[in-house]
Ligand binder design. Structure first.
Ligand code: GLU
Length: 309
């Protein structure tokens, strides 16, 4: 019997065009690109522009320019999430018809009020998406029995209990492989338990009102559609991976391997954000830095080691 074909590594970098790329993005993109190259694999770029209010074409153009300057090469055409809305809608429709979603009209303020009301003084539970939803709208609006299509003008939330029931015994075997490390140094096989999903995620939003999708839904559908085998991204998304693993199980998608990497921090030790223009790659470029300088600044080994004297 002959051997199974070796899997080709497919890495991706998935920035949102909502601001300039900074050193943290450079680190993520270079780490994924280096890993793809080392494995003789493929490297993809995906533009995560579902937030139409914040995404700008000029930021997208700046992303291409900065990444090319850094020496990255990616496959064309580049997938843009704004072109994938029909795929997101189909997945939502399927989940809705299985009775796994409910419509929600709560504002952030409603959620804060309801989440903190019952346990005066005690901290309400929080997770990767902030406050765990207190359940206000669950069962409140007509569901799949009366309505075959979800309402388009409301947020759609996953009914966590219904989702865990739908998975049956599989709900107890969820997990993923961590090739990097989580915030507490977690690595190797990371179990994703129903208790953790209930306690820290709850009824997460899968379609934001007026957006037709959410980060979590789009990212799992796109990683699967693009055949991504390795997801390299910042450690700040480690907790969100729980949600992604649950969605992959519900949607019948393969779980990629994850490599969560350390975060690049500013001089005060704070994580860099898009607003930290001072760390923008384009500013370093304007000041005459080279791509190798950027690699050094984020702690990556030079691509071409200095030749021996
Ligand atoms: N679009 C996300 C961001 O810019 C990255 C998502 C991911 O890598 O899963 O933070």
């Amino acid at each position: 019997m002959c051997c199974a074909a070796a899997e080709t590594t497919v890495e991706r970098f998935a920035p949102s065009p909502t601001g300039p790329l900074h050193l943290g993005h450079a680190f993520s993109a270079l780490t994924g690109h280096d890993a793809a190259r080392a494995a003789g694999g493929r490297f993809l770029l995906r533009i995560e522009d579902i937030d139409r209010a914040r995404a700008r074409p000029e930021w997208e153009a700046a992303i291409f320019e900065d990444l090319a300057w850094l020496g990255l090469a990616w496959e064309e055409p580049v997938l843009r999430q704004s072109d994938r809305l029909p795929a997101y809608r189909d997945a939502l429709l399927g989940l809705w018809r299985r009775g796994l979603l409910f419509a929600c009209s709560c504002t952030r303020r409603d959620i804060e009020a309801a989440a903190s009301a019952p346990q005066e003084g005690a901290e309400p539970p929080r997770g990767p998406d902030g406050l765990v939803y207190p359940g206000t709208c669950r069962g409140r609006w007509p569901g799949p029995a009366e309505r075959t299509e979800p309402p388009g003008d409301m947020a759609l939330r996953l009914d966590m209990e219904a989702a865990l029931r739908a998975l049956g015994p599989r709900a107890d075997t969820l997990g993923f492989t961590e090739l990097g490390a989580g915030p507490e140094g977690e690595s190797g096989h990371i179990p994703v338990t129903p208790d953790a999903l209930r306690a820290t995620c709850g009824d997460i939003v899968l379609a934001r009102r007026g957006m037709g999708t959410s980060y979590h839904l789009s990212v799992v559908l796109d990683d699967a559609a693009q055949g991504v085998t390795h997801v390299t991204r910042g450690r700040d998304l480690f907790e969100a991976t729980r949600i992604h693993v649950l969605l992959q199980a519900l949607l019948g998608l393969t779980v990629p391997r994850y490599r969560h990497h350390r975060l690049i921090r500013d001089a005060e030790g704070k994580r860099l954000a898009k607003r930290d223009d001072a760390r923008a790659i384009r500013l370093y470029r304007a000041e005459g830095a080279t791509p190798e300088d950027i690699r050094r600044m984020v702690g990556l080994a030079p691509l071409t080691p200095p030749s021996a004297p």
